[in-house]
Design a protein around this ligand. Structure first.
Ligand SMILES: [Fe+2]
Length: 252
């Protein structure tokens, strides 16, 4: 019997173990053979793709001129521990980074740590501070791009329970410089250094927890890192290789 006319379909690859990792660890890495060039279709299995600060569905993470002295995604600088887009209600549930070309300079890691676990530790070590977090909303401000006039500004709790899961918010840039994407002027003075406020204490403890416990992931070329942005704190280590190129997606 001839098989002419029968179109070979792509073999179905089950991503069940990746969903499992995402829910247990809070993050997972898909290898290129698991999504066979269909990044968007594969991401849809995890959630719908939503627009980012600039309205785009896919945001290039690569060096662009003008941000050399800013902790911004399109610079090569390190970016302190944070959850993505805390000014959104709700913030994106999952974040994905598709790596086209990873830095070969020894930097450019995506560090990940479990924010829920950090709060559990805080509950034992600093119960009063943990209670303060439940009682006190915190202001989050986001300029879409550093130096641009438009800002989103909200009051949110660090932990917000919802029927779909708890939303954890954290931003080194916010706590120190009053904006998720601080300007050069704002970077001149930290609001955490020399402050005795509960929020400053929380920021210092969160950074220390991140430094001690984060898993530094250097996404291999072609791979796709996905993490739970309601749960995990992430950060980026500084890099110097200008060829580094990723695409970022936000999923609802
Ligand atoms: Fe980020």
């Amino acid at each position: 019997m001839s098989d002419q006319g029968i179109v070979a379909s792509q073999p179905y690859i089950s991503l069940g173990h990746r969903h499992e990792e995402l829910s247990t660890l809070g993050w997972t890495v898909l290898t290129p053979d698991e999504f066979a060039d269909d990044v968007v279709g594969t991401l849809h299995e995890f959630g719908p793709i939503i627009p980012q600060f600039n309205g785009q569905m896919a945001f290039p993470i690569t060096r662009k001129p003008g941000y050399e002295d800013l902790p911004y995604s399109q610079s090569m600088n390190g970016i302190g521990p944070h959850t993505e887009a805390p000014v959104y209600g709700p913030p994106p549930r999952y974040l994905a980074l598709h790596c086209h070309k990873q830095a070969t300079c020894g930097g450019g890691h995506t560090g990940l740590v479990d924010g829920y676990e950090f709060l559990r530790v805080l509950e034992r070590s600093e119960p009063q501070l943990r209670e303060w977090l439940d009682d006190t909303p915190v202001e989050f401000v986001a300029t879409a791009k550093p130096g641009e006039p438009g800002q989103r500004r909200v009051q949110e709790y660090i932990l917000t329970p919802t029927p779909d899961g708890d939303i954890f918010r954290f931003s080194y840039n916010q706590f120190h410089y009053g904006d998720v994407n601080p300007s050069r002027e704002a970077l001149q003075q930290s609001q955490v250094a020399n402050s005795t406020s509960p929020l400053a204490r929380f920021a210092v403890l969160g950074e220390a927890y991140f430094v001690e416990h984060n898993v530094p992931v250097l996404i291999p070329d072609g791979c796709l890192l996905i993490w739970d942005n309601w749960r995990m704190i992430h950060a980026r280590s500084r890099y110097t290789d200008p060829a580094r190129h990723l695409t970022r997606y936000w999923l609802a």
